[in-house]
Design a protein around this ligand. Structure first.
Ligand SMILES: Nc1ncnc2c1ncn2[C@@H]1O[C@H](COP(=O)(O)OP(=O)(O)OP(=O)(O)O)[C@@H](O)[C@H]1O
Length: 305
C-alpha cells in the first residue's frame, strides 16, 4: 500500500505537489493521471525517497521509504527505462543491480524469464529495442520481489503487443496481492489496465476512487434509442419525466435503464430499432474533470512548453 498524506513539494516558487492525500491499495492496479506538469513524476520521486517533501508524508507499506530496511525487497520502480549502462548486457546489468543490493544471482534468471528476455540476456542493452528496454526496466523493478511497484509511463513508445504484455503483467502482479501504481498518458490503455485511479491537477488531488465510478461521472451516459414512432416515444418519455436529447433521428435518454425504456416504448406502441446503453469513456470523464486544471491550455501550448 502507498499512503500519501498532505504531501507537498515546492521548487522555488512552483508548488509541484500541493497537500496531496491518496491511497494506492494492495491487490489493485492504480492509475496515476494528470495533465503535463501536474506533479506525477515528483510524487513518484517522493514515494521513492529520491526527493524530500516540504510537508506531509508518504508511506510504503506503512514506512517512509528512507526507513525501509530492505528497500528493493519492498518497492520496485521503473521511472525512466532508458538510463541503463548501454555497454552492458541485460543479464550483466541485472547481476550488477542484484550484487549491489544483496540479492542472489539466481533471481536474475527468474526475472529475465518473467519478462521474456532470457534469449537476449547476453545482448548489449545498446542493441535493445525500446520494448526490450522497458522489459529490462520491469525486470530490474522485480529483482527484490517487492510488494509495491511503481511504473512511470511503462507503455510509452510500445507497439500494441508490447502494451498488451505490460497490461497482462500488471494485472498478474496485482492479482498476487501487490500494489501497482502506474502513470500513463495513454487513456484508452489506462482504461483497460487500472482498477483504481488517482487524478491530480496542479499538484492537487482531483479524484481518487475506482475506474468504474470515475467513468460513470461523465455526462456521456444514457441509453440510445431509435424508433420510427418518434412522436409516441417522445410523449411516453415526457410523461415518465425522463431526460432525453434527440439528434440524427435517435434519442439519448438519461435517468432510465434500458428495461424501463423498452417497456415504455412497448406500452406506447413504438417499435424499437435500437436500444443500446451509451457508456462514457475514461477519456471523456478525464477531459471533463481536468479541463480546469490544465496548466497550459491547448491554445497556448506551443509557446508555453
Ligand atoms: N527539479 C525540479 N526543479 C524545478 N521545478 C521542477 C522540478 N521537477 C519538477 N518541477 C516542476 O514541478 C511541476 C510538476 O512537474 P512533474 O514533472 O512532477 O509533473 P508531471 O505530472 O510528471 O508532468 P509530465 O506529465 O509532463 O511528466 C512542473 O511545473 C515542473 O516544471
Amino acid at each position: 500500500m502507498i499512503e500519501a498524506n498532505a504531501l507537498t513539494k515546492r521548487y522555488g516558487t512552483t508548488t509541484a505537489v500541493d497537500g496531496l492525500t491518496f491511497t494506492a491499495r494492495s491487490g489493485r492496479v492504480t492509475g496515476f493521471l494528470g495533465p503535463n506538469g501536474a506533479g506525477k513524476s515528483t510524487t513518484m520521486r517522493l514515494v521513492l525517497g529520491l526527493d524530500t517533501p516540504d510537508g506531509g508524508s508518504v508511506l510504503v507499506d506503512g514506512v517512509p521509504y528512507r526507513q525501509l530496511k530492505d528497500p528493493l525487497r519492498t518497492v520496485g520502480a521503473m521511472l525512466d527505462a532508458t538510463w541503463r549502462h548501454p555497454g552492458r548486457s541485460g543479464r550483466d546489468h541485472l547481476r550488477w543491480l542484484a550484487a549491489t543490493n544483496g540479492i542472489p544471482a539466481g533471481r536474475v534468471e527468474e526475472v529475465l524469464s518473467l519478462v521474456g528476455l532470457t534469449s537476449v540476456a547476453k545482448t548489449r542493452v545498446l542493441q535493445y529495442s525500446l520494448g526490450m528496454q522497458q522489459r529490462l526496466g520491469i525486470a530490474a523493478a522485480m529483482l527484490g520481489d517487492p510488494r509495491v511497484l511503481l511504473f512511470d509511463e511503462p507503455v510509452n513508445g510500445l507497439d500494441p503487443e508490447g502494451m498488451a504484455w505490460i497490461r497482462q503483467l500488471l494485472h498478474a502482479l496485482a492479482a498476487e496481492g501487490r500494489t501497482v501504481f502506474v502513470s500513463s498518458h495513454l487513456l484508452p490503455e489506462m482504461a483497460q489496465t487500472a482498477q483504481d485511479l488517482v487524478v491530480i491537477g496542479r499538484g492537487r488531488l482531483i479524484y481518487q476512487g475506482t475506474m468504474d465510478d470515475f467513468v460513470a461521472r461523465t455526462s456521456a451516459h444514457g441509453v440510445r434509442v431509435r424508433t420510427p414512432h418518434a412522436a409516441e416515444l417522445r410523449s411516453a418519455l415526457t410523461a415518465a419525466r425522463a431526460e432525453f436529447t434527440e439528434s440524427d433521428g435517435a434519442f439519448v435518454v438519461s435517468g432510465l435503464d434500458s428495461d424501463r425504456i423498452g417497456q415504455l416504448a412497448f406500452d406506447a406502441g413504438a417499435t424499437l430499432h435500437e436500444l443500446s446503453p451509451v457508456t462514457g469513456s475514461l477519456e471523456q470523464a478525464y477531459l471533463d474533470l481536468t479541463r480546469e486544471a490544465v496548466e497550459f491550455p491547448a491554445a497556448s501550448t506551443s509557446e508555453a512548453r
